[in-house]
Design a protein around this ligand. Structure first.
Ligand code: SF4
Length: 211
């Protein structure tokens, strides 16, 4: 895909949604961190249902630590892998309090050192809470980047590097959300909605769904 096409795609995505953001509900960087941690292999909707009452009463590292592993597990038991996630949440809260003054660190290394926080979660937090131009490649971004040929790659790291290299700087911060939302609602896994897609004439996917 050439640079003009890529630019045209992001101009269209921006025109359709000028200020994209995550569908996870949060009030602070800490709450976003916890919500993203809980969202592994779960839908944003299911995470929001659990975190809404949880954050209303226990929205800080100290409060979640005080709630304890069993209390957190009980509050998030509608989410997959909730026992492991509860353990990671409480351990993360303890480290934030003991090593970071109760704040979420703003560097990748410290974030990835937190239990249950991998590269993807760190990228989402850096991008969405702290405004850094990172791209967390999830299943949606991976699929859209490869189908369209915006940034093809064999694995998530290759796609992340291709996006960081090829997406024009002015679009880099929001590219993450535009691509996720496009993959979630339009360029869906099984039968992409090509006839309704706003970038179909620019997309280089060979097996587009016919009208
Ligand atoms: S045209 Fe189809 S394959 Fe290409 S981005 Fe749109 S929905 Fe996806």
């Amino acid at each position: 895909m050439n640079a003009e096409k890529r630019r045209a795609i992001f101009e269209r995505l921006r025109a359709a949604n000028p200020t994209p953001t995550t569908e996870l509900e949060y009030g602070t960087p800490f709450q976003l961190l916890i919500a993203v941690l809980l969202s592994a292999q779960a839908t944003d909707k299911s995470v929001n249902l659990a975190t809404r009452p949880l954050f209303a009463r226990h929205g800080t590292p100290a409060a979640l630590l005080a709630l304890g592993e069993d209390g957190v597990a009980d509050a998030i038991k509608t989410i997959g892998l909730y026992r492991t996630k509860a353990r990671n949440v409480v351990a993360t809260c303890r480290i934030l309090i003991e090593q970071h003054g109760g704040e979420v660190p703003q560097d990748r290394e410290s974030l990835e050192a937190l239990p249950g926080v991998g590269r993807k979660t760190a990228n989402v937090v850096l991008n969405t809470a702290f405004g850094q131009p990172t791209i967390a490649v999830d299943t949606h971004i991976f699929r859209v980047s490869n189908r369209t040929r915006i940034a093809p790659g064999k694995d998530v790291v290759a796609v992340e590097n291709a996006l960081l290299k090829f997406v024009p700087r002015e679009f880099l911060h929001d590219a993450h959300h535009w691509l996720i939302l496009h993959g979630r609602y339009v360029c869906v896994a099984r039968k992409p909605k090509c006839p309704q897609c706003g970038i179909a004439d620019l997309c280089e996917f060979k097996d587009k769904t016919p009208a």
